[in-house]
Design a binder for this molecule. Structure first.
Ligand SMILES: C[S@@+](CC[C@H](N)C(=O)[O-])C[C@H]1O[C@@H](n2cnc3c(N)ncnc32)[C@H](O)[C@@H]1O
Length: 369
């Protein structure tokens, strides 16, 4: 990958210069139970059908039929395959395969294939599904059964109540990262005038887009070392009409940012970097380890490589009293606090826990002059 490749990419053309209740707020389908990288997703239980004896028997029959559906040579009359039957069979299949939130996963795939909102599935339960749609569903269900993330199969996810495009080139945004966004928006509210924000390791630009949508005076520079991820970011920025407020640059952390040309110093630097250690990487769930980009996850033997480099340079890019807000791994709080204290340029260092009571967000202010 050419770190310095900046100007020729499509995403450049797409950005301009200048600096929900029964359901979780974000899409839980990216869920994994691994407490490592952004990390532990809430287990979705509300969609799991409670099994009665009768239902268990039906389920076995349905599972037989479903196996038939999964066989490439299936040849059942089309009118047999209604939305309701497919939802039930797919849910059962996913449960058997140990897929998180099987009902929700089934709904997301089916609504994707049928180009419907999930709610519409319930209003059209008896609608037959045609052969072409059934073929597409068949392929996606099989892949999901092999633990390919549903978000990659549908190409979209929800973050901070925003619909975003994702692809296997970028990590799937996690609900935990919304806490970082929340703190960033709160901080920006305390600053008057235009606020200059730097989002390092932007991926699909979930953080930048969520901040820009909620902080109308923020101008954001977002960097990532992976230009394929930045193409996805550009699509999200365009979709949310933020091209005039978010500029994408490809490169290694701060390296592509040219002070004076881009912006002299930032009010706020945010980053959700790769932070998985070598030992943790081996323990990641299959849906993460085999499908999400290693570049987005792995950060050296102790998982702190990228933090060291950010903390080493952050004060040069931050205004006095500016803030650094980082997402961190569940066990990294003390180590990151130590790194920030040793830098001797930060005050008010705070580690915050996520909704699973794991260390997740660190905030620190650059000393005033
Ligand atoms: C954990 S993902 C975060 C993506 C997104 N910000 C989010 O919160 O979902 C880390 C991102 O950092 C990028 N990355 C890894 N090393 C980098 C580096 N040295 N400089 C810039 N970006 C880097 C990866 O390509 C990946 O998109």
């Amino acid at each position: 990958m050419n770190i310095k490749k900046v100007l020729t990419m499509d995403y450049k053309n797409k950005t301009l210069s200048g600096p929900g209740k029964n359901e979780p707020k974000t899409n839980p389908i990216k869920a994994n139970t691994n407490p490592i990288k952004a990390n532990i997703m809430p287990k979705q239980t509300q969609y799991e059908p409670k099994q009665t004896q009768f239902q268990t028997k039906c389920t076995l029959c349905e599972f037989f039929l479903f196996s038939t559906f999964l066989c490439p040579k299936y040849n059942l009359p089309m009118q047999n395959w209604t939305i309701q039957k497919l939802l039930n069979w797919t849910t059962e299949y996913f449960a058997e395969k140990g897929i998180d939130a099987p009902r929700l996963s089934a709904e997301l795939l089916l609504s994707h294939v049928l180009a419907m909102e999930r709610i519409e599935l319930y209003t059209q339960f008896d609608k037959p599904v045609d052969k072409e749609q059934l073929d597409r569903l068949h392929d996606l269900v099989k892949r999901a059964g092999q633990h390919e993330p549903i978000c990659y199969l549908t190409g979209r996810t929800e973050f901070y109540s925003l619909q975003l495009e994702v692809s296997p080139d970028c990590m799937i945004p996690r609900p935990e990262t919304e806490l970082l966004v929340e703190r960033a928006i709160e901080f920006l509210r305390t600053r008057a005038g235009t606020q200059f924000v730097c989002d390092l390791c932007t991926g699909c630009a979930c953080i930048a887009v969520a901040i820009a949508k909620n902080s109308p005076d923020a101008k954001i520079i977002a960097t990532d070392i992976c230009d394929a991820a930045l193409n996805v970011a550009a699509n999200n920025i365009e979709k949310h009409r933020l091209k005039d407020r978010i500029k994408l640059i490809c490169g290694d952390l701060f390296e592509p940012i040219v002070p004076q040309l881009d912006v002299e110093k930032f009010d706020l630097i945010v980053c959700n970097p790769p932070y998985v250690s070598a030992a943790e990487f081996e323990k990641l769930d299959k849906n993460v380890k085999d499908y999400e980009p290693r570049l987005a996850l792995f950060a050296g033997v102790d998982g702190l490589d990228v933090y060291r480099r950010i903390i080493d340079k952050a004060d040069r890019f931050l205004k006095p009293d500016g803030a650094l807000i980082l997402e961190i791994g569940y066990a990294q709080g003390p180590a990151i606090k130590d790194l920030l204290e040793k830098a001797e340029t930060f005050v008010e260092i705070k580690i915050e826990k996520d909704f699973h009571d794991n260390d997740r967000i660190v905030t620190a202010l650059r000393k005033s002059l």
